[in-house]
Design a protein around this ligand. Structure first.
Ligand code: 3HC
Length: 436
């Protein structure tokens, strides 16, 4: 059995289709095979489970597994040796040397993928996944390590645990773990209040997610992780030191990922002896809400490691977008100059803080204006990013305006410190500062 990413034109015989999860990049192909009612839900990004297949036993087994399946007549076009599986934003095809084994492999891959989705029946998933042994050719990530339980680390740990991975979060002091886990509790509660129909969780899913989460102060506890995602302080020396320690402890075939927003992944990877297994996974704040994860490869990243990382991003329920190791990647390359220009516009008297914020919300439909977003991201973080980006590109648009530097020097880091461009004495009614 070989696995690929696209269905080759030369293999006409699509034999089974299974769709689960939500629509997303790269899965338009699935829409071609879906009946109109299901296609509408797929294209409008609603959660769906759909199986259309030629073999009755497969449909029965998967429907037993999920409890709810929209059974459809087969969209097959003849041949018996190509299987198409579309699963949570991913498309796979398989060419079976032995057509008799194809169906089994199809079930295996489908269930392996699908058991991470929030609506999968975990109990059945365990027994069903026994079928998969030996069939699933992709690197299988089960245990996730997260370094740092701050805003980003705790968010990453939360989404990984919610997706069904066993997650261990490493911190230096218990008080940081406590704070991060309190944030996770708060966020999971908000998601339960939201409810599954609006993309939130059921109380049972919250409990399940929490059961997958563990905090530790001992790096040895990450030794058997399949992937370790670092989300510690944005400081090259600190990160390199941590990676070097980690490299000696964590199993050799594990993948290392950094959530850095601007530091070169290449510079970090050279602190380890596994450059080919090193990638960037850049999440966005608030991690449980923002759909994107940028997956960053370096010139040394092995293709199968990169593919596995992209798949892992999708299994977390995110939309993984591929990018390369250029400082700022895609989002910060565009976002940072925009935020800095907002500060310059304010310094030049173009508008007040609230007017600039309102202008971008009302004129462009942005969920937050630039000053609210700056305070949300953290002015210290933004200031640090400007340094790295300016250092890389030597362009004024990435340089910190004086006002940003003044606020950081004063310790006004934004929402997290209670004061930034706004004063958050009453967090529900931020009051804009006057700085010019
Ligand atoms: N966990 C769970 N639920 C959350 C949440 C969290 N952390 N944050 C917000 N929510 C939920 C709320 O409970 C609410 O649910 P409801 O609709 O059921 O009531 C819903 O999200 C909307 O929240 P609010 O009503 O409080 O506020 P907004 O409508 O403004 O939404 C927001 C909040 C999703 C953060 C939205 O303002 C937004 O998308 N802002 C832009 C954020 C952004 O640009 N992030 C990227 C920053 S850049 C970055 O991270 C990269 C780095 O490298 C710099």
């Amino acid at each position: 059995m070989q696995w690929g990413k696209t269905v080759p034109e030369s293999r006409p015989g699509v034999y089974v289709i299974a769709v689960v999860g939500q629509a997303g990049a790269g899965c338009e192909i699935a829409a071609d095979y879906l009946p109109p009612a299901i296609r509408k839900r797929w294209l409008s990004n609603q959660p769906i489970v759909y199986i259309g297949c030629t073999t009755r036993p497969l449909a029965v087994r998967i429907s037993e597994f999920y409890g709810h399946v929209y059974g459809m007549p087969s969209p097959h076009r003849g041949g018996q040796d190509v299987l198409l599986l579309t699963c949570d934003r991913r498309v796979y095809w398989a060419v079976a040397e032995d057509p008799a084994g194809a169906e089994e492999a199809m079930i295996g891959a489908f269930l392996t993928e699908a058991r991470h989705l929030p609506f999968a029946n975990k109990k059945r998933s365990k027994s069903a996944s026994k079928l998969t042994k030996g069939h699933y050719a992709h690197m299988n990530i089960k245990k996730v390590g997260v370094l740092g339980c701050g805003l980003m680390g705790s968010g990453i740990a939360q989404v990984a645990a919610t997706a069904g991975f066993d997650v261990t979060v490493l911190e230096q002091e218990q008080k940081f773990l406590d704070k991060g886990f309190a944030g996770i509790e708060k966020s999971l509660t908000r998601l339960v209040e939201r409810g599954p129909e609006k993309g939130g969780l059921t109380p049972a899913q919250k409990t399940e997610a929490q059961s997958h989460l563990k905090g530790t102060l001992n790096m040895q506890d990450l030794a058997d992780c399949d992937i370790v995602i670092e989300a510690i302080i944005e400081n090259v020396a600190e990160k390199r030191k941590t990676y070097a320690q980690l490299d000696a402890i964590v199993k050799k075939d594990a993948i290392f990922a950094s959530n850095t927003s601007s530091i070169s992944i290449t510079e970090l990877m050279t602190a380890t002896k596994r450059p080919e297994r090193f990638i960037g996974l850049h999440f966005f704040n608030p991690v449980p809400m923002m759909k994107l994860v940028e997956v960053v490869k370096t010139i040394a990243t092995a293709p199968e490691v990169y593919d596995t990382a992209v798949e892992f991003g999708a299994r977390l329920g995110k939309v993984p977008l591929r990018t390369s190791d250029k400082t700022g990647f895609i989002v910060n390359r565009l976002l940072v100059p925009y935020l800095l220009d907002a500060i310059r516009a304010y310094e030049e008297g173009v508008g007040s803080i609230t007017d600039i914020d309102e202008a971008m919300k009302l004129g462009c439909g942005y969920p937050m204006g630039p000053f609210t977003l700056l305070d949300f991201v953290g002015l210290d973080t933004t200031y640090y990013i400007t340094h790295v980006m300016y250092d890389e590109f030597k362009e004024r648009r990435f340089a910190s305006p004086p006002l940003l530097r003044r606020l950081v020097l004063a310790g006004w880091y934004g929402r997290k410190s209670g004061k930034g461009f706004y004063d958050y004495a009453d967090p529900n009614k931020p009051v804009p500062g006057e700085f010019v």
